[in-house]
Design a protein around this ligand. Structure first.
Ligand code: SAM
Length: 385
């Protein structure tokens, strides 16, 4: 999956939300004022402890999965001031790949509402925020009100009351929700798929389902499993895979995964928390898929198109190697720098996420890959940054 730069306007737009996040957090926390865009030292100390605890429980030992951690005021504050901006940037990146701006958005498991906020900034007119945590929904409500947005709110528990609000939407999205559901069930992928399937019936014509998950090996692979079930049921996958109608080739190999990666422009609030916590976060990673609801005409892409899904590797025999994912699966692509020509030289500069057309390459013995030779042609079709 691609590596991409967070679009500049997303970072700018995020910087406009930061004072609101701080204002609402301070109001809920102690009603004292403070700096507009940053925390005071004592506030930062409280928030960073909360972030540490959440980070441990959500991404390392996963002990908080399924727990009502957003009912704890300190943890909800830490979520709002650290994870909200990250989720916002991730959602903004994915919204860029929808063919048109969704006017109505349903944000499922919204927490305090970063995906809905991203949807507003992409041009959505109304967002319905849903969550089982009322304190989180209250924050989403206050943020939408402070930003002057048209929002609705609904208490929704995907396990106990999975029925959706009655309306239809241009986009139904769940960000960092699915991995928290049925986490210790062996059939969790099937259960999550069953949860998602009825969402397609609530899409307006031309609408999309957006699924975003953390890029941990298990959470990525589980979402790739849901992807495969939805593809199998005939839903059209429009981003980011080029193998839109077949099972994910990465899932066929144990431990293999696929993710998107964004470089980011950190707002000072987050930069300070990252520094205090000594997090080694250089990029923002996620696994995400966009499905089209109603257009089930098969999408056929030329076999010579590849999305680069690895960083460049230098193989033992001094070839530059990249993994490319195409309509027919994942292949190792390689070029010896001394065999570079004006027609294939661009291969040596490719990055994760680029889409390229490769012609006249030589299939490697056993079908495991393609070797690029002086007669091969490599054409860059799209690069995100
Ligand atoms: C990690 S947060 C994600 C919040 C937001 N969508 C984001 O991307 O930042 C997971 C959300 O799922 C919600 N949720 C709803 N029902 C849940 C359930 N049964 N188990 C776990 N989490 C649930 C939590 O309340 C929480 O808001």
């Amino acid at each position: 999956m691609p590596i991409m730069n967070a679009p500049q306007n997303a970072s700018n737009d995020l910087s406009r939300w930061i004072p609101l996040l701080l204002q609402i957090w301070r109001k809920a926390r102690h009603n004292k004022s403070g700096p507009r865009e940053q925390l005071t030292a004592s506030e930062a100390s409280e928030v960073s402890q909360g972030v540490q605890y959440l980070s441990q429980g959500l991404t390392r030992d996963r002990a908080l999965i399924g727990e009502r951690y957003l009912s704890d005021t300190v943890l909800l504050g830490a979520y709002l001031l650290y994870f909200w901006p990250l989720s916002y940037l991730q959602a903004r990146e994915i919204f860029r790949h929808l063919p048109s701006t969704p006017r109505s958005v349903l944000d499922l498991g919204s927490g305090p509402g970063p995906l809905g906020a991203a949807a507003f900034d992409e041009g959505a007119k109304t967002v319905t925020f849903t969550d089982r945590s009322l304190p989180a929904l209250k924050l989403a409500m206050e943020l939408a009100k402070a930003a002057g947005k048209n929002a609705e709110f609904q208490n929704w528990d995907p396990i106990k009351h999975p029925l959706l609000p009655r309306a239809k939407y241009d986009c139904i999205a769940a960000e960092h929700l699915l991995n928290e559901l049925w986490d210790d069930f062996s059939n969790r992928v099937e259960k999550r798929t069953e949860l998602v399937l009825p969402w397609f019936e609530r899409l307006k014509s031309g609408g999309h389902v957006v699924l975003i998950e953390p890029a941990l090996t298990t959470t990525s692979r589980d979402l790739m499993g849901v992807r495969d079930h939805l593809v199998q049921q005939g839903y059209r996958l429009i981003y980011p895979c080029l193998c839109t109608q077949t099972p994910c080739p990465a899932l066929a190999k144990p431990e293999e995964t696929c993710h998107l990666e964004q470089t980011w422009n950190l707002p000072p609030l987050i930069r300070d928390l990252v520094r205090r916590l000594d997090f080694k976060k250089k990029t923002l990673k996620m696994t995400a898929f966009v499905f089209s609801g109603t257009d089930s005409t098969p999408l056929t892409l030329p076999a010579e198109l590849f999305r680069i899904v690895s960083d460049p590797l230098l193989s033992k025999n001094k070839r530059i190697r990249l993994i490319g994912c195409s309509q027919s699966g994942r292949l190792s692509l390689a070029l010896k720098p001394e065999l570079a020509t004006p027609e294939n030289r661009i291969f040596l500069t490719l990055k994760r996420g680029d889409v390229v057309r490769i012609l006249h390459a030589s299939p490697r013995e056993g079908g495991s890959g393609l070797d690029l030779l002086p007669g091969s042609v490599v054409e860059l079709i799209s690069r995100i940054d």
